[in-house]
Design a protein around this ligand. Structure first.
Ligand code: SIN
Ligand code: MN
Length: 257
């Protein structure tokens, strides 16, 4: 059932909501880690405002355990139907008043063009660490666009600088004209909901988000699981953007955190 909805719509809201204690623990850890001076932390352009932190599952035990929870890993396995590993882990912080937009894009552009991922047999699992509402920059999803293949245009300099893959000036975008036409045809879903909400979306799904104009942070944790058999071999980007360990993950107990 979940799989057929996901395959049809390109995204799926999980009926599960992660508990308050777990979300508080993960959020607290992310706040600590993102205050550290470390290469995995990315700032909004020209500021010291944290935009995102990457790859925490590689160096933090809590995050390493989080990615094996059934609510995340079990869902990814169910949707992909094959053994998976974590390809990417990131938290986009969207700080109050300062968090900057993400233009329309498809994640698979980056994974295919930059890393050589052969097929879009991966899935994003998104978790709200904060309540997400209309004003703090929810993810905007255009359903059913995952079947259209890549619609991207390269707008960046093409210099292979990974910062252009995580900044507000993205290297690959879906042109506004195309996104607007798709939005007219399919509508746009705003992924709002309480902290702990969890949803999956497809690597080729067209999505974006706006600036955070509100007083409320919008921290969004994204774990990308890739099929082990789909692991790319061209690995030039840092490990915190493209995990090297492709060992199939095993499920942890639901209360492992
Ligand atoms: C966002 O955090 O709003 C965008 C995330 C993404 O496109 O991966
Ligand atoms: Mn994206």
């Amino acid at each position: 059932m979940k799989k057929s909805i996901y395959e049809q719509e390109g995204w799926l809201l999980s009926p599960e909501v992660l508990g308050e204690e777990l979300i508080a623990a993960v959020t607290g850890r992310i706040e600590e880690l993102s205050a550290e001076d470390r290469p995995e932390v990315v700032y909004e352009k020209g500021t010291r405002t944290v935009r995102a932190i990457h790859g925490c599952h590689l160096f933090d035990d809590l995050c390493r355990r989080l990615v094996r929870l059934p609510a995340l890993l079990g869902l990814a396995e169910e949707l992909l139907g094959e053994p998976v590993y974590v390809y990417q882990f990131k938290v986009n912080m969207k700080q109050p008043k300062e968090g900057v937009a993400w233009p329309w894009h498809q994640d698979y552009s980056f994974w295919h063009h930059e890393d050589g991922m052969a097929a879009d047999r991966a899935v994003n699992i998104a978790i709200h660490l904060d309540e997400v509402h209309e004003k703090n920059g929810p993810l905007r999803i255009i359903p059913r666009t995952h079947r259209l293949g890549l619609l991207d245009e390269r707008v960046g300099a093409g210099g292979g600088d990974w910062h252009d893959h995580v900044s507000a000036d993205l290297e690959y975008t879906v042109p506004d004209g195309i996104a607007d036409a798709l939005a007219d045809e399919h509508g746009v879903v705003h992924a709002t909901g309480p902290a702990g909400s969890l949803y999956a979306f497809h690597p080729t799904l067209v999505h974006s988000s706006t600036d955070n104009l509100s007083e409320d942070r919008r921290a969004l944790l994204l774990v990308t699981y890739n099929a082990v058999a789909n692991a790319p071999e061209r690995l030039s980007r840092p490990e915190f953007l493209v995990s090297r360990d492709t060992t199939p993950l095993t499920l942890a107990a639901a209360d492992a955190l």
